[in-house]
Write a protein of this length. Structure first.
Lengths: 182, 167
């Protein structure tokens, strides 16, 4: 090792550490990778909020690509993302299932009446067991489930315009164009 | 000075007492679950200490009062009573919440760096130190001195060649 190198070594070590820590700062520690991505969506059978006499099960939607949004009337983040969901319901024909997580049906109905109802199906997970099966740890959470019943995308926390436009909607337009080709 | 030191000590005692009091109320918030079979109670305590609360990420299930932590404790108890093994319960959790839920991540090819990185780093440092010390030792100090002495002596001799003899 030449003398010059000897004096520069600490600088390189420092730069190395700085780069690593810098990358660390850009990561969001509260966002956990879903264990479910590319795995079959857990099955369940739950009563519905709007259509009480009929149970809903993910199998009912096999062959279709759909969106599963986990929400609750007590959830503050859900209020934030709700306008986006309403907008999506108006502007696209995506099937939107709203899993009502650990909620009171009356409160849930009131909440939707006030803020608009973007969901076509609302299964009620009053015990929270289905939430555990889906690895839900912070409502709202949004999943995309493909035609084969496989989870292909998960967003934790309130949906953002960026996430919707760059990640979520492309998953649906891609499937629509594929269906058009077939 | 004495008074100041005394004041500081009193402050420290008060702070520790306050921390202990707060700590005990925080613990009191978590329900104490007792199983019919005492071995299950032990296993339950071990499991909830080893599982991370997903909501409050720096606490385990045993410490957390979050709603999800409570649900997951219930689930753990339910599975223990149903006769599931610890391994089955831990894999049930990691299947749903990922490895993050485990405070002890599994040893796998993608976690190898996490497990063995520090040991490798330590070995590299030891090798470096060993070689550094060895290279310092291998240079014979006496020899170095002789060589530079010789060159110096030549230079001095050359400089002195033209000067009048001082003797």
């Amino acid at each position: 090792m030449s003398n010059k190198m000897k004096y520069l070594a600490p600088l390189f070590v420092f730069l190395g550490i700085a780069v690593f820590l810098g990358i660390g700062l850009t990561l969001n520690p509260t966002e956990l990778p879903s264990a479910l991505i590319n795995k079959p969506a857990p099955t369940f059978q739950l009563a519905q909020l709007k259509n009480e006499n009929q149970d809903f099960s993910p199998q009912d939607l096999l062959g279709q690509r759909w969106l599963l949004n986990v929400w609750a009337s007590w959830c503050v983040g859900c209020r934030v993302e709700h306008p986006l969901l309403n907008q999506m319901a108006q502007q696209t024909n995506i099937i939107m299932v709203g899993l009502n997580y650990k909620d009171d049906p009356t409160a849930a109905k009131k909440w939707l009446a006030q803020r608009g109802d973007p969901y076509s199906i609302i299964p009620m997970d009053i015990s929270g067991d289905v939430g555990i099966d889906y690895g839900v740890y912070g409502v709202p959470e949004t999943f995309v489930i493909d035609e084969q019943g496989v989870v292909i995308y998960k967003h934790t926390g309130p949906l953002t315009v960026t996430a919707m436009e760059t990640k979520l909607l492309p998953l649906f337009t891609e499937s629509a164009s594929q269906q058009a080709l077939n | 000075m004495m008074i100041l030191a005394h004041g500081r000590r009193v402050f420290a005692i008060v702070a520790v007492a306050a921390a202990l009091a707060l700590g005990s109320t925080a613990n009191a918030a978590i329900e104490d679950r007792v199983f019919d079979d005492p071995s299950l109670t032990d296993r339950y305590q071990d499991l909830i200490a080893e599982l991370r609360c997903l909501v409050c990420q720096n606490q385990n299930l045993a410490d957390s009062d979050a709603e999800l932590a409570r649900d997951l404790r219930d689930k753990t108890a339910e599975m223990l009573i149903a006769g599931k093994t610890n391994k089955e319960i831990l894999s049930y959790m990691s299947d749903r919440y990922g490895d993050f839920v485990l405070y002890r991540p599994p040893v796998r090819s993608d976690t190898a760096l996490l497990w063995f990185g520090p040991i490798i780093l330590l070995l590299l440092v030891l090798i470096f130190v060993y070689r550094h010390v060895r290279s310092k030792q291998s240079i014979n100090p006496a020899q170095v001195e002789n060589e530079s002495d010789h060159a110096e002596r030549e230079r001095v001799r050359a400089l002195l060649k033209d000067t009048p003899n001082l003797d």
